[in-house]
Design a protein around this ligand. Structure first.
Ligand code: AMP
Ligand code: MG
Length: 329
């Protein structure tokens, strides 16, 4: 199979609709990362996603819908706080978990009685969702455990020959996966951190919890227990106050003939004096936007990526650090 990469126009949308209606999968751009989508009502189509990615079969998928889609056909018991949050942040990089009505394929939620729903803001994603007019189950469009894709080229690298079509909507500006928010309790709880932060949520609805997964726990969001986001080269992570150690390791590796690169934010990059730097830029949104891009760039040219954590650790950086830690584990 030759994987087509097409700009999102009428003929690409028409082809994507045909593939989805025939039980196939299509890679789509979103404002967070690229997704690998299939008709959420179609068991066999959803199973294909797990197969293509090599995704563990207990790691549930997020269902993506058009902004005008009536989600009350898919989920129930939508609390008032969730309506406020939807008004404040949707369409956007926020996934909300509700009690499922059981109308989509049971493969989507891997047997959980809940369903995660997302309304992406990306213009291309909205066009696609409107055109197909179906709820689309979609995880990130990478091979499982590899770095998530933020460009059509990243998707092509991982899935060329395995899928028919990649819709090219440019670089995903957000750069890290959506915030996943449990909306089944009396107050919202962040299951996975992202660009919509716990503070932003609490500002709208007064309170917001955070679920911290520890090894061995029964995971209410099974994806949290898996290794993720790893580049195909050695990686090491240092704290922001360990720049000296990072540079020592860089020099040691370089003297052994290894191609070493330091991955850090702009602030750290200005402090160090080494030739090979993967600069994440400045400010939390720019750093998030560049994280996977630089990890993917790095794995192509480096034997070892030596990451230095940014000093700021709150807000969006909670989500960035969560990914960076998993990438370097
Ligand atoms: P990915 O699609 O690779 O970004 O992963 C989807 C994330 O959403 C994983 O961390 C899942 O555990 C989480 N998720 C999906 N569906 C549910 C659900 N029904 N309840 C809790 N978490 C979910
Ligand atoms: Mg993923």
């Amino acid at each position: 199979m030759i994987t087509k990469v097409l700009q999102i126009d009428e003929s690409a949308l028409s082809l994507s609709k045909k593939i989805i209606e025939n039980g196939g999968v299509v890679a789509i751009p979103t404002e967070t990362v690229y997704g690998l989508g299939a008709n959420a009502f179609d068991n066999a189509a959803v199973e294909k996603i797990f197969e293509i990615k090599g995704r563990p079969n207990d790691n549930p998928l997020i269902v993506h819908v058009h902004k005008d889609y009536d989600i009350s056909t898919l989920v129930e018991d939508i609390p008032d706080y969730a309506k406020l949050l939807a008004k404040a942040f949707l369409p956007g990089p926020l996934t909300m978990v509700y009690k499922s009505k059981g109308t989509v394929s049971s493969v989507v939620s891997c047997g959980l009685n809940t369903l995660a729903i997302r309304i992406p803001s990306h213009e291309g994603a909205q066009k696609f969702l409107k055109y197909v007019n179906l709820p689309i189950a979609a995880p990130s469009a990478n091979v499982s455990k590899h770095v998530s894709p933020t460009t059509a080229e990243h998707v092509f690298t991982d899935l060329n020959g395995k899928i028919e079509l990649i819709l090219d909507g440019g670089k995903s500006q957000g750069g890290i996966e959506s915030t996943v928010l449990d909306c089944t309790g009396v107050a919202p709880v962040v299951l996975r951190s992202g660009l919509i932060t716990r503070e932003m949520i609490a500002k709208v609805v007064g309170e917001c919890g955070e679920y911290v997964y520890k090894d061995g726990m029964r995971a209410i969001s099974p994806g949290l227990k898996y290794k993720h986001y790893s580049p195909n080269c050695r990686t090491v992570l240092f704290n922001s106050d360990e720049i000296g150690k990072a540079v020592n390791l860089y020099n040691e590796e370089t003297s052994k003939g290894a191609r070493a690169y330091i991955l850090c934010d702009g602030e750290a990059a200005r402090k160090i004096n080494v030739a090979n730097v993967l600069n994440l830029g400045d400010g939390e949104n720019e750093i998030a936007s560049n994280l996977y891009l630089k990890l993917r760039e790095g794995e192509k040219i480096a034997d070892i990526i030596i990451a230095v954590a940014p000093e700021k650790q709150d807000g969006v950086m909670v989500g960035v650090m969560n990914r960076l830690t998993k990438a370097c584990r």
